[in-house]
Design a protein around this ligand. Structure first.
Ligand code: PXG
Length: 285
């Protein structure tokens, strides 16, 4: 049976799930989205994802033509139709079909799309051995230009960094903000462990405040690990004892090398491993 995709209240076979070339999501990247996971039939932190989607939409003056409760139901129903218990949900709200020309007022009605599918994480062996990442020369989008807190359908900033990573033989890159502080990676937040303390850039660093990030902070605090959200530089990254990334797609993945500097002893650290274990339990609770 073909996978069903939800578009504006109707379900379509994957092959027939199409949108107009006049949709401003395609023409201008004018829209917002969420990437969500479900584990053992339960959507992980759906309310938080919907809150963030609504905030992103509000920030770009896009009114989602549905209530949060109805969209939550549509997500759950789409998963059920596709019989997906462990998978990935991509939720998109585009400005809708308009005319050629930027004016969002020409778009009649925002479109809502729900794709539920299996998830391709990073290759399994990277979770065991840890990633080798590089710092990108691409600066994270300054909040004064476009807030990185808007999870918009324009990811060029992150994609350019991803291309740099790939050119350097890596699969992920770390982006700095306009002050030269560590911000985040292309689709993940970043954490460091130094002298037993967990550190991560705060929201002021110009990051997307990840839902996985927030659950890791909560988990670590419950585990009695001190957490600090503070400005961090490349120096802090290089001298860290441990490092890992967090994201709905990636979950938690260790980092063992940054710009050629070996992190700790070059293998995933003990605190990282403990937090990963606890996270895997949390999502299945
Ligand atoms: N920073 C950025 C820039 C992101 O896009 C995260 C952090 C992590 O946030 P969550 O809430 O997921 O913990 C993200 C989100 C993908 C994919 O296909 C992943 C994200 C975005 C778009 C696509 O892997 N990560």
């Amino acid at each position: 049976m073909s996978l069903k995709i939800y578009i504006d209240g109707k379900l379509y076979d994957k092959e027939d799930a199409k949108i107009s070339v006049y949709d401003h999501g395609l023409l201008y990247g004018d829209g917002v989205f969420e990437g969500i996971r479900c584990y053992v039939g339960k959507v992980f932190r759906l309310d938080e994802h919907l809150d963030r989607l609504w905030d992103s939409a509000k920030a770009i003056a896009l009114e989602i033509p549905m209530t949060k409760a109805d969209l939550a139901k549509a997500v759950v129903d789409t998963l059920a139709v596709n019989n997906i218990k462990d998978g990935y949900i991509r939720l998109l709200v585009t400005r809708g079909v308009g005319s050629l020309g930027l004016d969002p007022n020409k778009a009649a009605r925002p479109s809502i799309i729900i794709i539920t599918d299996s998830i391709a994480l990073y290759p399994a062996d990277w979770y065991q051995k840890g990633l080798d990442i590089v710092t990108s020369s691409v600066q994270r989008m300054p909040p004064a230009a476009l807030s990185p807190r808007v999870k918009s359908m324009n990811y060029l900033n992150n994609i350019l960094a991803k291309i740099e990573a790939s050119n350097a033989g890596c699969i992920e890159a770390m982006l700095l903000n306009q002050k030269g502080e560590v911000a985040e990676c292309t689709g993940d937040n970043i954490f460091f462990v130094r002298k037993g303390k967990l550190c991560t850039p705060g929201p002021d660093a110009g990051i997307l405040e990840g839902i996985t990030r927030n659950s890791v902070i909560e988990l670590a605090e419950k585990m009695g690990i001190e957490v600090c959200q503070t400005p961090l530089t490349k120096f802090d990254a290089y001298v860290a004892d441990e490092c890992f990334l967090t994201g709905s797609g990636a979950e938690l993945i260790p980092v063992v090398k940054i710009d050629g500097r070996v992190i700790g002893d070059g293998t995933p650290g003990p605190i990282t491993k403990k937090i990963i274990e606890r996270f895997h339990k949390l999502v299945r609770e």
